[in-house]
Design a protein around this ligand. Structure first.
Ligand code: FCB
Length: 441
């Protein structure tokens, strides 16, 4: 494609990312299902219900992804379906996932399998979840079953999705189950998840010689609201430490930082074949004397910036480049394992998609080893505490009728994947206002 303005490397993975509980439907045996039944937990009383009905009809969306020309898909397997009671494996569920991965392969789509994406079996939640002293054994035992069953169809494993978000939302903000507000617990949960990641890394490699194992981290930026104000800078630094650096240092250098701990975390070293970046947005941070429980930091969205739907934050594509450069120091391959925006009428998404991908391209020009990009997400889905109010799909979904209507972004993303490039024609067709920005002169 000679007139392309941004070429991507050969074999670049163009995918979408999904998560079992958000799309499968009727995941009645996990802690989220129970949580959704409680009054006031989910925005507008939303329930996952049938979700996108993917458990029963996965090929509907697999066909659409294939027709778009995607060559990759990130999906998670649901622990509560696979291990219905401690140590009791439902082989039919594993067979179902085998069939799904096979169906993806048949469509030329390489699966990346996430082993834990926010949902826990009820039996585990009842035993204290990730604070249970046996959690590492529980997790690795389950992982072993999955790898034995699915290893024929994939070697690309993401152990755990966003320990920081799972812990922050569930144990500090209290908006995910189990609804606690206790920062000590939150850091203990992240710590347990990172230890479980390391143990799973080793177990998977023992079972599968060519396994490629990584972790997905939600890297959010925290910038001082008043850049010259020392207290704002300190508050932003503290936020970044708690949300990002504690995790990053543990898996990069094998070192626990406060408040997660202090000292060597040696078993965590060398437990990443690749790193997964989930990038969405950034916050501005104000020092606030009264916000003790939040480490004196009050976050806000930049009032000057373009807001996203659903009060989701600001459109901040530059953060993609910043994040990739930051992670490049690890010296291992990187996947963008999630990136997207909620946008029902798709009046921002094409532009957001192009701008974020331009930042990925810039990072590639700087030799950051980005191997692929998984857009969040294929169809609108159940967005956890936000229920059905955040339409992140390239394809619009009506959960009542299960009708799917591709948004313009789906065509754009398909064209990018097929061409392995962004062309001036795409700008003209989907975001003409970007010509000036991306094609100066
Ligand atoms: C991420 C989650 C994913 C989805 C997006 C919008 O933090 O990993 O499941 O909810 O946010």
């Amino acid at each position: 494609m000679p007139d392309a303005i941004f070429h991507f490397p050969p074999n670049f993975r163009w995918g979408v990312a999904t998560a079992a509980h958000q799309i499968e439907g009727n995941n009645t045996n996990n802690q989220w299902w129970a949580w959704e039944q409680q009054e006031g937990r989910i925005k507008q009383g939303g329930k996952s219900g049938l979700a996108c009905d993917v458990w029963q009809h996965p090929e509907v969306d697999f066909d659409r992804a294939a027709a778009m020309g995607l060559n990759a898909m990130r999906l998670s397997v649901e622990w509560s379906r696979i291990e219905v009671a401690p140590g009791r494996i439902d082989t039919a569920a594993l067979d179902r996932y085998r069939a799904m991965l096979k169906a993806l392969r048949e469509r030329g789509i390489e699966p990346m399998v996430t082993l834990h994406h926010f949902s826990d079996p009820i039996w585990l939640a009842d035993e204290g979840g990730w604070l249970n002293v046996n959690i590492i054994q529980y997790f690795t035992r389950y992982v072993e079953q999955v790898v034995r069953a699915l290893g024929e169809y994939t070697n690309l494993w993401c152990t755990i999705n966003e320990p920081n978000v799972y812990a922050y939302q569930g144990y500090m903000a209290g908006v995910f189950p189990p609804g606690k507000q206790d920062s000590r617990m939150a850091f203990a949960v992240i710590r347990a998840m990172l230890q479980a990641h390391a143990a799973a890394y080793r177990r998977i490699h023992r079972l599968q010689e060519n396994a490629q194992v990584g972790l997905a981290h939600n890297l959010r930026f925290f910038d001082p609201a008043r850049p010259r104000n020392l207290l704002d800078r300190l508050a932003a630094w503290v936020r970044d430490l708690g949300f990002n650096q504690t995790t990053l240092r543990a898996v990069w250098d094998g070192w626990w930082l406060p408040p997660m701990g202090f000292g060597p975390a040696l078993p965590l070293r060398h437990t990443l074949d690749w790193f997964g970046l989930n990038y969405y947005t950034r916050d501005l941070v104000h020092f606030d004397r009264s916000a003790r429980a939040d480490f004196f930091a009050q976050t806000m969205h930049d009032p000057q910036a373009e807001p996203l739907d659903g009060n989701y934050g600001e459109l901040y594509p530059q953060g993609m480049f910043r994040a990739l450069k930051h992670l490049a120091r690890m010296g291992i391959p990187i996947y963008v394992t999630e990136n997207g925006i909620p946008d029902a009428d798709d009046d921002q998404r094409p532009r957001a998609l192009l701008l974020h991908l331009r930042e990925v391209w810039r990072a590639l020009q700087d030799n950051v080893p980005v191997q692929g990009y998984y857009h969040w997400t294929l169809t609108d889905n159940f967005e956890w505490a936000e229920g059905w109010t955040l339409p992140f799909g390239l394809i619009e979904l009506d959960p009542q009728t299960q009708a799917r209507i591709p948004r313009p972004s789906a065509d754009l993303y398909g064209a990018i994947a097929q061409g392995n490039a962004i062309t001036p024609e795409m700008l003209d067709a989907y975001a003409p206002e970007l010509r000036k920005v991306l094609l100066p002169g």
